[in-house]
Ligand binder design. Structure first.
Ligand code: ZN
Length: 415
């Protein structure tokens, strides 16, 4: 499939006159992300559909104009901010062809095999998320995107669930270091003032919309009985059931909070006005959408007009959470054309110019992937007719649990 980015920024982005959303992308990032064994070819579909819809064009939206930023590959020091050195050594080592070493210690087997280009993939995906996070920190962008990121199962010393590198954790560790800088500007009259008070440490909220629990990220910041740090709140909305990946006690609703409960590692929705974050990192895994071939437990739809849909959630974050810098990442999603549909649509929402959900997939010579969008050939990923098995009792308990957790959080934040 032919795909060419015609406008990649390779230099420093200090020449922008006002803050713009940024999208981390490069030919190498697309090439190596497309080799991920769990999602072969997905990255190129995502970027080629966005290109076909004109989303990457500076002219797509007059409200928020997109800047494309070429990511700097992560160095071993960048990765070492979270990952263990021996894991990185195993991860980045070039296989010698015989590859007889036992890699099970690092999870590099089964659903996380080593593959040609793994080391490039690791450095590029982590680098793209770090580049996006730095654009937010240093005032180059108010919203940043890396749809190739969002690898939320990766652990400090172990690959897991198709995830090799903990780019979400690396981003959060960077964001919690510094208050967002005022927006960079060539002319002082267009500078957007820093919306947060500078006397407190920056707060980062991580919101995970993937159908799987964000075990890698939540575990990284889990600290029961804590009182010292209130900088990071992780919130995961997911399916949990016996035998459903990943197995983690943190994935359950925190009924009757015990001493092991940490209100900063929540597994339910939480209003951002309790925590008052400076940054929000949103993992937009799309395996909860209807029709996902691997995860057939959710029935989520996309249309921004449908309350509670994925498009609706993202539009609320973009439009209602004002003054908060936002990092949007990808994640799971095993129907590659639907992942491309979704991230193209979410990008249009982020840019303030939502595409018509019923629009046809572009069929022109530059978009050779068109046949993959059969049979509908439209943008929408509609909900199916799956039965909602959440009982009233369960939902009432979830609400109770949410309210209790919110109270705990409020008490801690006000202390
Ligand atoms: Zn997932």
């Amino acid at each position: 499939m032919k795909f060419r980015l015609w406008r990649i920024l390779t230099g420093p982005v200090t020449h922008f006159s006002f803050v713009l959303p940024s999208w981390s992308v490069s030919q190498d990032l697309i090439k190596y992300s497309s080799r991920l064994p769990s999602n072969p070819g997905r990255s190129i579909l995502v970027h080629s559909l966005a290109n076909a819809f004109g989303l990457l064009s500076y002219e797509f939206s007059s409200l928020r104009r997109l800047q494309l930023v070429k990511p700097k590959p992560a160095t071993i020091n960048d990765l070492g901010a979270y990952h263990a050195r021996n894991y990185l050594d195993a991860l980045l080592r070039t296989p010698d062809g015989t590859d007889s070493e036992d890699m099970s210690e690092f999870g590099l087997e089964d659903d996380c095999p080593r593959f040609p280009g793994l080391s490039e993939y690791i450095c590029l995906v982590a680098g793209a998320t770090i580049t996006a996070a730095n654009a937010l920190r240093f005032g180059y962008a108010d919203i940043a995107i890396n749809w190739d990121g969002g690898r939320h199962h990766a652990q400090k010393s172990r690959a897991s669930g198709f995830c090799y590198v903990a780019d979400c954790v690396l981003a959060i560790l960077l964001l919690k270091k510094t208050q967002p800088a005022p927006a960079l500007s060539l002319s002082s009259d267009t500078t957007i003032p820093n919306a947060t008070p500078s006397h407190r440490k920056p707060r980062v909220m991580y919101l995970d919309l993937d159908v799987h629990f964000s075990d890698g990220v939540s575990q990284a910041f889990y600290s029961p009985g804590r009182s010292s740090s209130t900088q990071v709140l992780t919130v995961s909305i997911h399916h949990a059931a016996p035998g459903f990946f990943p197995s983690s006690p943190l994935a359950q609703l925190p009924f009757d909070p015990s001493t092991s409960f940490d209100p900063f590692t929540l597994s339910l929705s939480l209003l951002e006005d309790v925590f008052k974050p400076d940054y929000v990192v949103v993992q937009c895994g799309v395996d909860g959408l209807a029709g996902d071939p691997k995860c057939k437990v959710f029935n989520w739809s996309l249309d921004v007009a449908a309350e509670g849909s994925l498009g609706w959630c993202v539009s609320r974050i973009v439009d209602d959470w004002k003054g908060i810098r936002k990092l949007f990442l990808g994640g799971g999603g095993y129907h590659a054309p639907n992942a491309a549909r979704t991230w193209a649509y979410l990008t249009s929402i982020i840019l303030g110019n939502p595409l018509d959900i019923s629009i046809n997939i572009p069929d022109d010579p530059s978009h050779s992937a068109f046949p993959l969008y059969a049979p509908s050939f439209t943008l929408d990923v509609p909900a199916g007719n799956m039965l909602d098995t959440n009982s009233k009792e369960y939902l009432a308990e979830a609400r109770k649990s949410f309210e209790r957790a919110s109270e705990m959080l409020q008490e801690i934040m006000q202390a």
